[in-house]
Structures are given as C-alpha cells and as structure tokens.
Design a protein around this ligand. Structure first.
Ligand SMILES: Nc1ncnc2c1ncn2[C@@H]1O[C@H](COP(=O)(O)OP(=O)(O)OP(=O)(O)O)[C@@H](O)[C@H]1O
Length: 238
C-alpha cells in the first residue's frame, strides 16, 4: 500500500477512536417565555444512524442547531469523545449540519461548488455519481428545488466529519432518489455517525439504527412502531 494512503488510514482510525461518541444532555432552550427543550439526552456513535422524530414544533431543528452550535441554548452539555464542545468553533471539523433551508451560492457552477466544499477524493466521487453528473455545468440558481436539495445532501454526506446532522433531507425529493440517498447514508455511516430528522418517518425507520422522539421538551428512545402510535406521533391506522 502507498505510504500516503497508509498514513491517511491510520490518521482516520485514530481520529474516529478519539472522537468515538457524541453525547448530548442537559439541553434547555426557551424562545421568549415558551420553553421548547427541557430534558434532552441523545447520543450517537460511529456506525449509528439516529432517527429523530417528533410532531411539528417540538424542537427537532432547534436541537440539531444547538448540537451543531449555530444557536445558543440556555444550557447544554455536548461532548465528542473526551472533548467538551463549547460551540460552533469547537465543532467545525467534527460536526457537519444540513439545515432545512438551502445554503448553495446562487451564481456558482455546481462543479465549482463541489470543489469548494469537498476534498479531492470526495469531489471526484460526487462528480461521477449518476444523480449529480448531469448538473455539473449548471449554476445553482438554474437547478430545481429538488435538484438543489440532492446536491446539498451529497455535499454534506460526503464531507469529512465524525458526525453529520441532517434536517429534513427528503423534502422535495422524488421517491426513486430517496432510495439512493438512504443507501448512500447507510454506506457512509460505516465511517461516521448520523442524526437525521424527517417527517417521512417510513424512510427514517428504514435507515435508522435507533429512533428517538421529542415529546413535551424531552427525548425518549423508541423501540417499536407501536410506541410511535402510543406517543401520538403516527395514527393508529399507520
Ligand atoms: N428563532 C425563533 N424564535 C422564536 N421561536 C422559535 C424560533 N425558532 C423556533 N421557534 C419555535 O420553537 C419551536 C420549535 O421549533 P423547531 O423548528 O425546532 O421545531 P421542529 O420540531 O423542527 O418543527 P417542524 O417539524 O415543523 O420543522 C416552535 O414552536 C417554533 O415556533
């Protein structure tokens, strides 16, 4: 094996051993007088895909932003491996986050966006993918809403990080592409941990290795679909 690749592999292994668990607890968050999160515990390890579910407005996006560090909480404890994270600056290389809203620059060609966002190996992989190759010479503003989302998902899934937080990836995505994305996330989870929220709960159930629901400001681990009915997240007819 080429020395460069060998050392890269060793570095990656050491990195993941050190950063082998994301641990989040003691999260409290209010907006004005409205308390949103009061009693949160969530963890994620390399190889895990945590499905984060909850009714509209229960605080899923808020929790992901707090873990990532892009919004302040009234209280939070986030630890990655042995490293206590105090916010966005600490997390930059460890946690990547795909928000609900588009983040692509409008006037830049897709191939340039990929080169700016990813390292050389990842860039080549993304450019070659059947779903992305036809878009390469178009500017982001010339893509449809679903195409933009697809590109964002690829950028975030392939980018180097120990943990990836994804908010509603399947919004506006055609069913056939959803299958490709689920496969991609499963493959990438060999190297990292994912926390994913989406109202398309069947897709979450397909992928997730564990399910956590937010209810009344707290998190609860879910073991079966029956529990999702009991917590009032899906109807009895589902
Ligand atoms: N910047 C803000 N200022 C005031 N209230 C906010 C703000 N952001 C979120 N909220 C409120 O916090 C609550 C939780 O919002 P959040 O977006 O985290 O919920 P969610 O579970 O992701 O919802 P959905 O499933 O509908 O996307 C909602 O009641 C929302 O109105």
């Amino acid at each position: 094996m080429d020395n460069h690749i060998y050392f890269k592999l060793i570095n990656r292994t050491i990195f993941f051993l050190i950063m082998s668990k994301l641990h989040v607890d003691s999260v409290i968050k209010s907006f004005a007088t409205k308390q949103i999160l009061t009693d949160v515990f969530i963890s994620c390890q390399k190889g895990e895909i945590i499905g984060l579910l909850g009714r509209n407005g229960t605080g899923k996006s808020t929790l992901l932003k707090i873990i990532f560090g892009s919004i302040q909480a009234d209280s939070r404890f986030v630890k990655i491996g042995e490293k206590i994270s105090s916010g966005l600056f600490d997390n930059r290389k460890l946690i990547k986050y795909l928000p609900q809203d588009n983040f692509l620059p409008n006037h830049v060609k897709v191939k340039t966006i990929i080169e700016l966002f990813c390292d050389k190996n990842e860039t080549e992989l993304i450019k070659k993918h059947d779903l992305i190759a036809p878009m390469l010479n178009r500017k982001s503003k010339q893509l449809s809403g679903g195409e933009k989302r697809l590109l964002e998902i690829f950028l975030i899934i392939y980018s180097q990080s120990a943990y990836t937080l994804i908010d509603e990836p399947f919004n506006g995505i055609a069913p056939v592409y959803k299958e490709a994305i689920k496969d991609l996330i499963k493959k990438q989870s060999v190297d990292k941990g994912f926390i994913i929220t989406d109202h398309d709960y069947r897709n979450i159930l397909d992928m997730a290795t564990r399910i956590v629901i937010i209810h009344d400001g707290g998190t609860k681990e879910i073991k079966s679909k029956k529990e999702l009915i009991a917590w009032g997240y899906i109807p009895e007819t589902a």
